[in-house]
Design a protein around this ligand. Structure first.
Ligand SMILES: Cc1cc2nc3c(=O)[nH]c(=O)nc-3n(C[C@H](O)[C@H](O)[C@H](O)COP(=O)(O)OP(=O)(O)OC[C@H]3O[C@@H](n4cnc5c(N)ncnc54)[C@H](O)[C@@H]3O)c2cc1C
Length: 388
């Protein structure tokens, strides 16, 4: 927090914005899911609702990653799972897939699919001709992948060989159960559900670093330039920004994800959520447009950033993929470009960070680029910790 309040009056800074049970910092899918899960759990226990507030530094309707992703509701492409299995015990991989699948099914419990344009379109991992060896390896491992998938979901045939997608993408594997959604509508529908449950959401307030907070027997007092927050317990669901708030060397590093959205006069026929180049590139149809994202792995140093901006090198790479592979003989124009910030582990841990940082201060961050799938399940797990 700046010590010089030049832009804020004394009255703006010295007032109470919230006094209650739980303050959640971060109003993305995770923060909002935690607030929802708390009230749902209280209801199940037949107890009075808690007094919960969510605060986010961005204006209403915006977030770091939650409203900036490509709208994939997915749980794991074959090459990702093969890679995970090569580095860790089988049970860890199964648990991760199972958490993602549970998260996706909670979405469907919480919000009617039509409100968030939930489309059970299936996922596809696609391979170019020069990736034939990778495709063959996946084919060899299909029975094993399906055994892993069955342990995670009960479905014995999640992965199956699929037909060619195009001359440029001659090999593909179908992933049953993956879907797409509209991220803006998903974020907004959680907002509406929070309002229905009586949770307060305050946007446009930047919570300062932990060093400015105070704690006494009644709980936390957090001063901000817009006013004071008081809460018995605080949850940090700020994903990539969590280390900045705690000023601490947590195992969290930002990863920027960039998207290119293009439109064409001719129909674009990619119906499904598509994973390419070992998951580092992804695309899908959205009405008459094509959404392409990824490429972060090729520009890793520049993309380890908290700046929500697009860059020429990544956008050129995505555009070249559209021109050379996806729409080779088709004119198209650029409709939109944007970037969002994800959070990963510096040490390659692929699981979220959900733990007490100190008494009454919980961290629920580091979604490792899978927070669409994970938000509701992390919401439930975090709410159990908070209410225990
Ligand atoms: C391009 C892209 C593609 C993706 N693809 C997928 C995918 O295929 N599948 C999938 O499951 N997930 C995907 N994701 C990841 C998914 O979007 C994220 O994991 C998820 O949205 C994280 O939610 P969150 O609430 O933890 O974080 P965020 O949405 O970043 O929310 C955290 C919030 O904290 C707020 N905040 C930070 N600091 C402060 C502060 N000091 N004071 C107040 N507020 C603060 C921020 O403003 C932010 O809104 C993708 C993301 C991107 C960007």
């Amino acid at each position: 927090m700046s010590k010089n309040h030049a832009n804020f009056s004394y009255w703006e800074t010295n007032r109470e914005l919230f006094k209650g049970d739980i303050l959640i910092i971060g109003g993305g899918l995770v923060g909002q899911s935690i607030a929802i899960a708390i009230q749902k759990q209280k209801k199940q226990l037949k107890q009075k609702p808690l007094n919960v507030c969510i605060v986010d530094k961005l204006p209403m309707g915006q977030s770091g990653a939650s409203t900036r992703n490509a709208g994939f509701a997915c749980f794991g492409s074959p090459t990702e799972i093969i890679d995970d299995l090569s580095r860790e015990e089988e049970n860890k991989t199964i648990n991760r897939i199972s958490n993602r699948i549970s998260g996706l099914s909670i979405w469907k419990d919480w919000i009617p699919g039509n409100i968030i344009e939930w489309d059970e379109c299936s996922g596809y991992e696609v391979f170019e001709r020069e990736e034939e060896m990778n495709f063959k390896e996946v084919l060899n491992q299909l029975p094993y992948l399906n055994k892993i998938g069955e342990s995670a979901s009960g479905n014995p045939r999640i992965y199956s060989k699929h037909q060619r997608i195009s001359s440029k993408l001659p090999y593909s594997i179908r992933i049953e159960g993956e879907a797409s959604l509209n991220p803006g509508k998903a974020h907004n529908s959680l907002y509406n559900l929070n309002q229905e449950l009586g949770n307060q959401i305050i946007n446009g307030v930047n919570v300062p670093n932990r060093n400015y907070w105070h704690k006494n027997s009644e709980g936390w007092t957090i001063p901000t330039e817009n006013g004071i927050f008081k809460a018995k317990r605080v949850v940090i669901a700020a994903n990539a920004w969590t280390p900045k708030i705690l000023d601490s060397d947590l195992d969290i590093t930002p990863g920027r994800g960039q998207i290119l959205m293009i439109k064409s006069a001719k129909p674009i026929n990619y119906n499904g959520v598509f994973h390419a180049k070992k998951g580092y590139l992804y695309f899908r149809n959205s009405i008459n447009s094509l959404i392409i994202g990824g490429g972060r792995n090729l520009f890793q140093i520049n993309e380890t950033s908290l700046e929500m901006i697009t860059t020429k090198e990544v956008q050129d790479y995505l555009e070249a993929y559209a021109r050379d592979v996806l729409l080779p003989n088709q004119d198209f124009s650029i409709q939109n470009r944007w970037a969002g910030i994800m959070a990963f582990s510096k040490r390659g841990n692929k699981d979220p960070l959900l733990d007490w940082y100190e008494p009454d201060l919980l961290i629920a961050s580091r979604m490792c680029g899978m927070g669409v799938a994970l938000a509701p399940i992390i919401g439930i797990k975090a709410s159990k910790k908070i209410l225990e």
